[in-house]
Ligand binder design. Structure first.
Ligand code: UT7
Length: 336
């Protein structure tokens, strides 16, 4: 059996910074509430005409990851793209990346696991590398939330949280079996699917029967709904469980963690986990303050920043953990 490693990382965020004060001009909210409840100070939103889409931001992040990996474009064997905000209803952004990067006619898989998307993508890539089927896989997590949020006071419980951005990684075969991805752990609990959801457009007849006829701009089912407190309570439990599950799989303990990158859902969630596991500030990386919650992009953006800042070194134990809509959650344990 082969092993896989993260061979290169990159991220891209739109230039346009939206502060809490900017939001409070449109929505009945304020900087104090947002910072106290979420830790967020600002986020990035694309601007009409700036060329940014979920795919184009993913491509920008991917170019950096590819260059840093040293892997030639021709040697990329597969694409995995995680997003809840694709450019088109279909086809998904994976094929657009194949086109825009001029890759060989390799397979392109789109996955829909929201905040856990990047962890799911890493797990998928890891399996293909382990079996020997592929040697180099491009994985991307990218989101444009800003164009789909309810920017009125009605949506304030959700709209202040989410931001736009993209992160990417090249996953490659690792010869040293003690290094690279040690294990991945994925979970879901569809019982709570409606607790964090965008209901429409949906063609199954469950919420809308006709995409065009039912396209009422006042229909809230087109905006994200989140039962915030319920999601929060589940998140802290599942984050803890899945981190422990990952550590135990390799007979490791919390004290072995050099760097924990939690999905950037809410600074209070990260701080809860940090305190529970008695980790220092140097052992947990957070950047939700600058970018908000970028869903599938949050882990690769944070991982790239931590790596760029020299906070992750060869031999370190790095743990990634995510929780989100589905509910879905998961972890990845890596020996860097
Ligand atoms: O990434 C996927 C996973 N997502 C998460 O893990 C998110 C988990 N949940 C959360 O992060 C938090 O629940 C939120 C940040 C979404 C909300 O924080 P909260 O402390 O749970 O607040 P709440 O929803 O209980 O709302 C408290 C009050 C309410 O007013 P009343 O009913 O007490 O009068 C809300 O209407 O705060 C009000 N409120 C706001 N006020 C100002 C809600 N949103 C805002 C806002 N600005 N943006």
């Amino acid at each position: 059996m082969y092993h896989s490693k993260i061979a290169g990382l990159g991220y891209y965020v739109p230039e346009n910074i939206v502060t809490n004060d900017d939001l409070s001009k449109k929505i009945d909210t304020n900087d104090e509430w947002i910072q106290e409840r979420t830790g967020i100070q600002e986020r990035r939103h694309i601007v009409k005409g700036d060329g940014n889409t979920t795919t184009s931001m993913g491509v920008k992040a991917a170019k950096i990851a590819i260059e840093r990996s040293g892997v030639a474009k021709e040697d990329i064997d597969f694409i995995v793209f995680a997003t809840l905000s694709p450019d088109y209803y279909f086809p998904g952004p994976g094929v657009l990346v194949q086109r825009d990067l001029g890759l060989n006619t390799v397979g392109a898989l789109d996955i829909r696991n929201q905040c856990s998307g990047f962890v799911y993508a890493l797990s998928i890539a890891d399996q293909y590398i382990k079996t020997g089927m592929y040697k180099n896989i491009l994985i991307i997590g990218s989101e444009v939330h800003s164009t789909g949020l309810d920017m009125t006071t009605r949506g304030r419980g959700v709209s202040v949280i989410f931001g736009d951005g993209a992160g990417a990684a090249i996953i490659s075969r690792e010869e040293d079996s003690n290094k690279g991805i040690l294990s991945t752990h994925l979970h879901s609990e569809g019982q709570y699917a409606e607790e964090l959801i965008v209901k429409a457009p949906g063609m199954g007849g469950r919420w809308v029967t006709d995409i065009i006829a039912d396209n009422d701009p006042n229909d809230e089912s087109y905006f994200p709904y989140m039962n915030g407190q319920f999601v929060f309570k589940n998140a802290v439990v599942r984050f803890s469980e899945v981190i422990m599950e990952g550590l135990k799989a390799s007979n490791l303990d919390v004290s072995d963690i050099n760097m924990l990158i939690p999905h950037q859902a809410n600074l209070r969630i990260s701080q809860f986990i940090q305190q529970k596991f008695k980790l220092t500030d140097d052992q947990v990386y957070n950047n939700i303050q600058k970018y908000g919650n970028t869903t599938a992009a949050s882990i690769p953006i944070a991982l790239t920043e931590a790596w760029e800042q020299g906070k992750i070194k060869s031999g370190d134990l790095v743990v990634l953990a995510a929780f989100g809509s589905g509910f879905t959650w998961g972890s990845v344990v890596i020996r860097w």
